[in-house]
Design a binder for this molecule. Structure first.
Ligand code: CMC
Length: 427
């Protein structure tokens, strides 16, 4: 707490309300508005654009300057020197692991990759063409029925085992969603493979051709996609996980709530929406028309993969992803793919167009991740499930942080604009 104060003057009140200012390590300090309640007022902030709902030590974003830090480490450095599992360890534990800790963490995750066989019966209940995110919501929520009575959320060790289980099982479940969708048998995890290789093995392998080699460039790109999605401070899905968790709910069901919040096209669903938009544009000659539509206030069409609530600069994750995108396209000889050409041209136009420049609408992470995943051969409807797989560590690390400190149930207030009291009409 700093000695700085803020004062809120309200018409009709004798004296201004004194508000403490809490100091941050980096970025904006926050005004503690809790005394306002005692004066019979609520504060109003639609979309929580100026509200800090929690203190956190995990992730820092400076949207103006395009900075993203996990536990203080810049995302660009983690992308270059670390890998997904090491970043998971960092997010969960606060420090990078030693070599021995890293090896131990990897083997713990490998130990938990299988899911209970009964999970397969849940999948049998889904229609053949169920969206992977619908299935993922369901089966991750269903995990709470396997780990409930034995799980004490107030025990730090139980919370850590939950985190390990989730990180390990998410690729298995996501790949099962894909296999159900295309009607192929589920693949068991192969624990001799790395995290990303194992995911690609479960996605693309079949019981008939187990020994298909995994291209190391694609495995590296997949690991990077997981890493770049690992956490993003108090976004819609993370806040949902915290809110659900604040009632003391089972963590697997909280993560399922996070998956639901992620699904929408304004959040994690944007990567699927990007590819759908590129298909809709269809030809480079149509780009101008779509850019015009995106700028028209009366047209609901938006350029998917552009803009961000927090970043008013290049999303630092998008910068890294763009580089990998070029590597993957080069490796696969797809530089001249028509859809990818539309994407490149669209990016160029939007970066130069006055409307996008003025509103600081840069390509975001979903723009490039969608293109990479398409190139790897991942079907569009799986994109958001892959985002969810990478983000699970962030959700559970944030949930764990909340439970490790004093917290209250989340309960926003409202500005009521409905009827005044009225009597039920006489019959
Ligand atoms: N295309 C055209 N215009 C846009 C776009 C876009 N993609 N994004 C924002 N704008 C305009 C918007 O119309 C508004 O104009 P005005 O000030 O004249 O009313 C202005 O820019 C500010 O937009 P906003 O909707 O107030 O911004 P927001 O912070 O509420 O929304 C956003 C952020 C990401 C939801 C939005 O930019 C968007 O819908 N983008 C497309 C979807 C997308 O790519 N989402 C993925 C986000 S990154 C992944 C993640 O972290 O979840």
């Amino acid at each position: 707490m700093s000695n700085k104060k803020a004062y809120l003057t309200i018409d009709g009140e004798d004296a201004p309300i004194e508000l403490n200012i809490k100091e941050s390590t980096l970025g904006q300090d926050v005004i503690d508005i809790s005394p306002v309640l005692g004066h019979n007022y609520f504060t109003y902030d639609p979309g929580y654009a100026t509200t800090a709902a929690t203190e956190s030590e995990i992730t820092y974003i400076d949207g103006t300057n395009g900075v993203l830090l996990h536990r203080g480490y810049p995302i660009e450095q983690l992308a270059e020197h670390s890998n997904y599992l090491e970043t998971c360890y960092l997010l969960l534990n606060g420090e990078l692991p030693t070599k021995a800790e890293s090896g131990e963490f990897e083997s713990i995750i490998r130990m938990h990759t299988m899911v209970n066989r009964s999970i397969e019966s849940f999948f049998s209940g889904f229609r053949y063409d169920a969206h992977p995110m619908a299935m993922l919501c369901g089966v991750v929520g269903a995990l709470s029925s396997f780990y409930h009575d034995s799980l004490d959320i107030n025990d730090p060790q139980h919370r850590m085992i939950t985190a390990h289980r989730l990180i390990a099982k998410m690729p298995t479940l996501a790949a099962m969603c894909h296999k159900h969708f295309i009607g192929q048998p589920y693949m068991y995890p192969d624990n001799s493979l790395s995290y990303a290789e194992n995911f690609l093995h479960m996605m693309f392998g079949t019981p008939c051709d187990r020994n298909t080699e995994i291209n190391p460039v694609l495995a590296k790109a997949m690991d990077l996609i997981f890493l770049l999605h690992a956490d993003h401070e108090q976004n819609a899905s993370t806040s949902t996980v915290r809110l659900a968790g604040s009632s003391g709910a089972n963590p697997f069901s909280c993560i399922s709530a996070g998956i639901a919040a992620l699904w929408g096209p304004a959040h994690g669903g944007a990567n699927q929406a990007v590819l759908e938009m590129l298909n809709q544009i269809g030809d480079e000659k149509n780009i101008d028309e779509y850019v015009k539509r995106a700028k028209d206030k009366d047209d609901p069409f938006r350029l998917m993969g552009f803009g961000h609530r927090v970043y008013k600069n290049f999303d630092p994750r998008a910068k890294v992803m763009k580089k990998t995108c070029d590597e993957v396209l080069g490796e696969l000889g797809l530089e001249n793919d028509p859809l990818l050409k539309i994407a490149k041209r669209l990016e160029q136009i939007a970066l130069e167009d006055e409307y996008f420049v003025e509103k600081k609408l840069y390509p975001n992470v979903d723009f490039y991740s969608g293109i990479i995943m398409k190139a790897i051969g991942i079907p569009t409807e799986m994109f958001t499930a892959i985002f969810a797989t990478g983000r699970t560590v962030g959700w559970i690390a944030q949930w764990n942080e909340m439970l490790s400190n004093p917290y209250r149930i989340g309960r926003p207030r409202q500005l009521y604009r409905g009827y005044e009291p009225r009597d039920y009409p006489a019959k």
